[in-house]
Ligand binder design. Structure first.
Ligand SMILES: Nc1ncnc2c1ncn2[C@@H]1O[C@H](COP(=O)(O)OP(=O)(O)OP(=O)(O)O)[C@@H](O)[C@H]1O
Ligand SMILES: [Mg+2]
Length: 158
C-alpha cells in the first residue's frame, strides 16, 4: 500500500485472491453507516471487492455474492452488521437510486457498497470512502482509496 500525498492510498492487487483479501479488510473494519463508492470501468473488479467485503463481515461466502445489476440492491443480513450491495450501472442518475429508498439504507445500520457510484453522486452521503479501481494488467488491478471528508467519521479515518 502506498500513501497518495494525503489524498488517500493506493493498493495494488495481483490476483482475484488479493482483491478478495482487500475486500475482507474493508469488511472487517467497517462500521454501521459506512459507505463505499466503488468506481471503475467494466470488469475492473468492483463485484469481486464486494465479495471480499461480504466475507469480511461474515455476511456471506464470496460465491454467494452475485452482482446486483438487475435488482439494484442485494442485502446480506447475517453478518456482523448488515451489508447492502448496490449496483447503479443501469440507473439514469441519483434520483433512481433514491427512489428505491437508498437514503435510509446508506445512513442506516450497515455497510453499503455502491458499484458505479459515480453515476449517482448526489445520492451518496458526503462522507464516504471512494474506491476507484483500474486495470493495470491481465490479473492486476490498482485500487485508489480516498475518504471524501478530510475528517471522516468512518472506519477509514487515517
Ligand atoms: N486482480 C484482480 N482483481 C479482481 N478481478 C480480477 C483481477 N484480475 C483479473 N480479474 C478478473 O476481472 C473481472 C472482474 O470482474 P468483476 O465482475 O468483479 O468486475 P466489475 O468491476 O464488478 O464489473 P462490472 O462493471 O461489469 O460490474 C473478473 O473476470 C476477474 O476474474
Ligand atoms: Mg460488478
Amino acid at each position: 500500500m502506498s500513501e497518495a500525498g494525503g489524498a488517500g492510498w493506493s493498493v495494488e492487487s495481483h490476483s482475484v485472491a488479493e482483491t478478495l483479501a482487500l475486500g475482507r479488510l474493508l469488511g472487517r473494519a467497517a462500521r454501521a453507516g459506512d459507505v463505499l463508492a466503488l468506481v471503475g470501468e467494466l470488469g475492473t473488479g468492483k463485484t469481486h471487492l464486494a465479495k471480499g467485503i461480504a466475507e469480511g463481515l461474515d455476511a456471506a461466502a464470496a460465491h454467494e455474492v452475485a452482482s446486483p445489476t438487475f435488482v439494484l440492491c442485494r442485502e446480506y443480513l447475517d453478518g456482523r452488521i448488515p451489508f447492502y450491495h448496490f449496483d447503479a450501472y443501469r440507473l439514469r442518475g441519483s434520483a433512481d437510486l433514491e427512489a428505491i429508498g437508498s437514503a435510509e439504507i446508506l445512513t442506516g445500520d450497515g455497510l453499503s457498497a455502491v458499484e458505479w457510484a459515480d453515476r449517482t453522486p448526489e445520492a451518496l452521503p458526503p462522507d464516504h470512502l471512494e474506491v476507484r479501481l483500474e486495470v493495470t494488467g491481465e490479473h492486476s488491478r490498482r485500487s485508489h482509496l480516498r475518504p471524501t471528508d478530510p475528517r471522516p467519521r468512518g472506519c477509514w479515518r487515517p
